[in-house]
Design a protein around this ligand. Sequence first.
Ligand code: HEM
Length: 497
Amino acid sequence: RRSSPDSNMIWAALLGITGILTLVLLFFSRTRQENEPPLDKGALPWLGHALEFGRDAAKFLARMKEKHGDVFTVRVAGQYVTVVLDANSFDSVVNDTVSLDFISSKNQLLERIFHLKLPGLQPAAEREWMERYFQGCRFAKLCQTMKANIESLLLGEVQGSSASEWKQDSLFSFCYSLLFRAGYLTMFESTGNANVVYEEFRKFDQLLPKLAQGSLKKEESQTVNSSRERLWKLGSADWLSQGSGPLSWQQSYLRFLHEEGVGAEMQKRASLLQLWTTQCNNGPAVFWLLAFLLTHPEAMEALKSEIRRLNLQDPSGHHLTSNSLELYHTPVFDSILSETLRLTAAVLIKRVVVEDKVLQMASGQRYKLRRGDKVILFPWLSPQMDPEIHPEPQSFKFDRFLNNDRSVKDKFYKNERRLKYYTMPWGAGRHACIGKEFAIATIKQFVFFILTHFDVKKLEPQAQLPPVNPSRYGFGMLQPDGDLQVQYRLKRSQSET
Ligand code: HEM
């Protein structure tokens, strides 16, 4: 059969388009230029390494580090991302606010996860407002209210049961639910629906990594959408009709947004963002800390003996309370917290390159970065898990941050250089965690109250820590895949610590 002139033309046009596309791809396809970091585009066109990155960022970046060293550029869903893993060179990223931009990368995520756009809001003004709130007399009040909420919720768990009666629970759910509800009552609403908000929040939080990566399945997408809607409704606060009473943290925040010209709809969405930012890390942090203590008896004994020593030292003759914890040196407690966060705080610090930049490495090497690319640091991999800085980095060593004389150890070295960033759970530079002091106070209050008022033990004496959920690398505190079953009961007397 002879083909018609029309079909010949169609074939010719298709061949032409394919040829042009191939030429365009070859011409524009990125190659490594002189003085640029090693480039690894991955096998998949456009997607590059996106799937492996999303499945387990820690494993993927460790593999790339092994292959390319401390600096390399990878393609992830059409975007070129330069990864810097030399802690001695972090300052040239976190301190550069001219060529590297934090805000545009944050805004992309806010829109995707929270459907939030705040074009009129000055990020510096918002940060300043928050810093002011988390300092001074308001900070002290916040800590006091948080402490009261933690204690009443914890005692509520054993209300009505006798001191000899053991209760059983899953440690992660127990810690997350308690810290979330205490934080919610302290900063958001002092009455009402903390339990309902927590249940809805967990559904949203569990799917958050997939939501951020754009890899939700259809039914997961529906769950996220309905949870977000419910959380918007549950969490919206009316600060206007408050009358003369003091405003909660959330109400003050919403008033601040209103004064900055943010409308009611975006205020509601910003509220959910702040619920996540302020409540998603403390629960998991306390879970890991208690889980490490329960699986490392020498650490538990060291901490209990520090608490006993403090009680003896207390000049008032009364027992130390978690209220007064910050007045005391607690180097063992602090080392245990630092070691917990070294192993389980896994944020990705991201910046967008807004103008071509030369990245100056501590080694003297210089790398060109292209405008439009992204730069990320992943402190969990380096410095936190670097065996040259922290020997046997996978092991929990409660005294890793203690000198022999029990003073705080803050001198760590790599290639004979003392490190400024030897662990980095709170981020660094201008965009580091605003709630750090509040978080530390809260975590210590919670653990102190548990150890002084409760007996806690693993249900199965041989039980080990659950593994990490690998999809959480890059999203702040890690969460476990599974849980640890525990039993607890009220102590007969506090002096048993
Ligand atoms: C274990 C607990 C916590 C850890 C490990 C942690 C860690 C971090 C990190 C690493 C960042 C920087 C993120 C980035 O560079 O993109 C951050 C930001 C922030 N954190 Fe925390 N955080 C914790 C608890 C808290 C708490 C309890 C609050 C407040 C009550 C809080 C408030 C904030 C805020 C407002 C920011 C945003 C800073 C900005 O956008 O400039 N954090 N946190």
